[in-house]
Design a protein around this ligand. Structure first.
Ligand code: CP
Ligand code: NVA
Length: 317
């Protein structure tokens, strides 16, 4: 038994055991099948009377909409707060805002820059806090990625995911940890200047040793993709790093996911994933994104089911 999650925050996959992550995926799959089978009216209202604060320092389409629809479908109420709306970090300390929100809400979603802002919110609010993306991690994205891979292949352990692009960004970090924990072989192919964060890599390495997965980083694209079940990429310029665009475009050009690269896996069943938003012609060609091996729309939909699972489990309903 993976134990109760009631009252727990979801800040990084590091805090969750493989069993607990699997439990979240199982719950998400169940929620997804229930949604397919039932009409709007038959939806349960497990969050009736619950309120969620949505704090966004950065833009979002999927994450915001996933939290809003997941919470709303269950009868809950969300309040969206951008930096223009609240005093957080401007006129009021994070600790003070956290304590006030903790008196009014049942949970807080935070998307922003610093992981320590998220941690401070969790420490001072006394309610579950969910990481909707920081510079360091994007754990709800990794849950949706894992669910999408499981849907495709029926299992996770022993599969091989190859991530191409900025190997030190939030999406790569959470993906590497999630794969390592669940026994998925993970290879990160990125330029020398954008190799994985050493701390994150050490954590993922220890997890891979436990699960029996392999973990590799390389600058060699052709070598990296051989035998891959999944080719995964993300934008070359993450939010907040716009001033580095010119250097990134130059360094990352050889890491673009093309149909030739999918063919080079040698695996006729390999699929393409992207957390989105995508820049066609940069990290992926339009024909791959729109092609038969792309699962990006399922992956985007799975943000909602996985986020709903996290919220319901953490609120104990
Ligand atoms: N993948 C993802 O987090 O998308 P948004 O930035 O639109 O939320
Ligand atoms: N790495 C990207 C992910 C967007 C969902 C960013 O941080 O902008």
């Amino acid at each position: 038994m993976a134990g109760s999650f009631a009252g727990r925050s979801f800040l990084t996959l590091r805090d969750y055991t493989p069993k607990q992550i699997t439990r979240l995926l199982d719950r998400a799959a169940k929620l997804k099948s229930e949604q397919g089978a039932s009409s709007q009216k038959k939806r349960q209202q497990r969050l009736a009377g619950y309120s969620l604060a949505l704090l966004f320092e950065k833009r979002s389409t999927r994450t915001r909409c996933a939290f809003e629809t997941a919470f709303g479908e269950e009868g809950g109420h969300v309040v969206f707060l951008s930096p223009q709306d609240i005093h957080l970090g401007v006129k009021e300390t994070i600790e003070d805002t956290a304590r006030v929100l903790g008196r009014m809400f049942d949970g807080i979603q935070f998307r922003g820059y610093r992981q320590d802002t998220l941690q401070t919110l969790a420490e001072w609010s006394g309610i579950p806090v969910y990481n909707g993306l920081t510079d360091l991690y994007h754990p709800t994205q990794a849950l949706a990625d894992l669910l999408t891979i499981r849907e495709e292949f029926g299992d996770l352990s022993g599969r091989t995911v190859v991530y191409l692009g900025d190997g030190r960004n939030n999406v790569a970090n959470s993906l590497a940890i999630g794969c390592a924990k669940l026994g998925i072989n993970c290879r990160i192919a990125s330029p020398g200047t954008l190799q994985p964060n050493p701390d994150v890599w050490a954590v993922a390495g220890a997890e891979a040793e436990e699960s029996g997965a392999t973990l590799d980083r390389t600058t060699d694209v052709d070598q990296a993709v051989v035998g891959a079940d999944v080719l995964y990429t993300d934008v070359w310029v993450s939010m907040g790093e716009e001033q580095q665009e010119a250097d990134r475009l130059k360094a990352l050009r050889p890491f673009q996911v093309t149909n030739e690269l999918l063919e080079a896996t040698g695996n006729p069943h390999s699929i393409f994933l992207h957390c989105l938003p995508a820049v066609r012609g940069n990290e992926v060609t339009a024909d791959v994104l729109e092609g038969p091996r792309s699962r990006v729309w399922d992956q985007a939909e799975n943000r909602k089911h996985t986020i709903k699972a996290v919220v319901l489990e953490s609120l104990g309903v």
